[in-house]
Design a protein around this ligand. Structure first.
Ligand code: SF4
Ligand code: SF4
Ligand code: SF4
Length: 385
């Protein structure tokens, strides 16, 4: 792929240099050195060297807040994905958060000979079956918990609660012992080679599993399987995010809940919302729980504000400001908790609240709960049992 291909494929050719993207971009709001318009302009002028060596190239959250408003229909996040692939070929990468441990894990998982202990988190109370036609794709939660222990995040509860819900609906799904990272972060930071390897390994494991349907609880894994895998591998299965699955079950009257008296707000993860257009299913699920009052933040659905960091790259003071802005929006609703559908949104929000070693900023403390944990609680018993 050349820069010219990237420009053509993302319709950057049609850019009117209106600056609308820069005007509404949350990153540009806090970091004036970052301008999506200038990035496109450099590409149109053929300044590939300037583009791939620009440290701001990895600051874009690829949140899709700009593209739907672009009068020339430029797919800016895709332009970023492709420009970063060119930068990676030139040996460039963004600033990896956490000393790059997450990126290293993702690349390790791209090794075909890697043996993982992917099922250690299952307890006797969980029912899975090797004969099932339904696969639950867990995502990288088993790796997140030890890395982010200091933030109090419990990503594995999302996996445990998802299983609890599926089991309560009479489904004992298959869970892959050799599942790999979906590769989302590597793709969006330009490492297409390792992304391809991960996609091929997952596709082979899924083919061998012989399942008909895959259910995801992570918004990023779902986006990656739906939109990116088809460019690399064939996955011959129905794909569904658990919020869509639950919304369908509720509509058919197959799922009902006990009362939970709580005022909640919902944070649309960019990958589920603007990337895939899934806004209503999670809200339908939340509103079907008796006693819950769902209140919206100032920016919601297509206007939702990102959680401030993507692909664990270029997490800086600007990311923190975006995150604080979002948490203050949540607090302004008077809600007791934020519900979300992406383990990484939860990690980044919790990290902002822990506020390690920094001068105390505004009070942004609020409970962050994954949708499946809320549902598991509404089914009765404790969540993540
Ligand atoms: S909004 Fe679209 S047309 Fe306007 S500067 Fe940005 S990419 Fe170009
Ligand atoms: S995708 Fe999001 S972060 Fe990137 S330029 Fe557009 S609005 Fe800004
Ligand atoms: S916000 Fe996210 S990426 Fe940034 S330091 Fe915290 S956990 Fe890491």
């Amino acid at each position: 792929m050349t820069l010219e291909d990237a420009v053509k494929e993302t319709k950057a050719y049609y850019c009117l240099e209106c600056g609308k993207c820069s005007g509404l971009c949350p990153v540009s709001r806090y970091n004036p050195a970052y301008s999506p318009r200038v990035m496109v302009e450099d590409a149109l002028l053929g300044l590939e060297d300037d583009l791939v060596h620009n440290r701001q190239l990895f600051s874009c959250l690829t949140c899709y807040a700009c593209s739907p408003k672009c009068p020339a229909d430029v797919d800016y996040p895709l332009f970023m994905q492709k420009s970063r692939a060119l930068a990676a070929k030139d040996g460039q990468q963004g600033d990896c958060a956490h000393s790059g441990v997450l990126q290293s894990l993702m690349r390790l998982m791209a090794s075909p000979n890697l043996k993982q202990k992917r099922l250690e988190w299952l307890s006797n109370g969980h029912r899975t079956s090797d004969q099932s036609n339904v696969l639950y794709f867990v995502g990288c939660a088993p790796y997140f918990d030890p890395i982010f222990e200091d933030t109090g995040v419990k990503s594995l509860d999302v996996a445990r609660d998802s299983l609890k819900i599926l089991n309560s609906l009479g489904i004992a799904p298959k869970v892959l012992p050799n599942e790999r990272c979906c590769g989302h972060d590597l793709l969006w930071t330009g490492d297409t080679e390792n992304f391809r390897r991960l996609a091929e390994l997952n596709a082979a494991a899924i083919k061998e599993a012989g399942v008909k349907k895959i259910i995801f609880s992570c918004a990023e894994c779902y986006r990656t399987f739906k939109k990116d895998y088809p460019n690399y591998v064939k996955i011959d299965c129905e794909l569904q995010h658990i919020s869509e699955f639950l919304s369908e079950k509720i509509e058919k009257g197959e799922l009902s809940f006990k009362e939970i008296k709580k005022k909640l707000t919902y944070h649309d993860p960019c990958r589920l919302g603007r990337h895939l257009g899934i806004y209503e299913p999670p809200r339908r699920v939340i509103e079907s729980i008796p006693g819950i009052e769902l209140v919206e933040m100032k920016d919601n659905r297509a206007e939702s504000l990102c959680c401030g960091t993507s692909a664990f790259t270029n997490c800086d003071s600007c990311s923190k400001q975006i995150r604080v802005e979002r948490l203050l929006q949540a607090k302004a609703t008077g809600a007791e908790s934020i519900i979300t559908c992406c383990p990484k949104c939860q990690i980044h929000f919790r990290c902002a609240m822990v506020n390690k070693g920094e001068v105390k900023g505004p009070d942004v403390e609020i409970e962050v709960v994954d949708l499946v944990s809320l549902v598991a609680q509404a089914l009765g018993g404790k969540s993540s049992e």
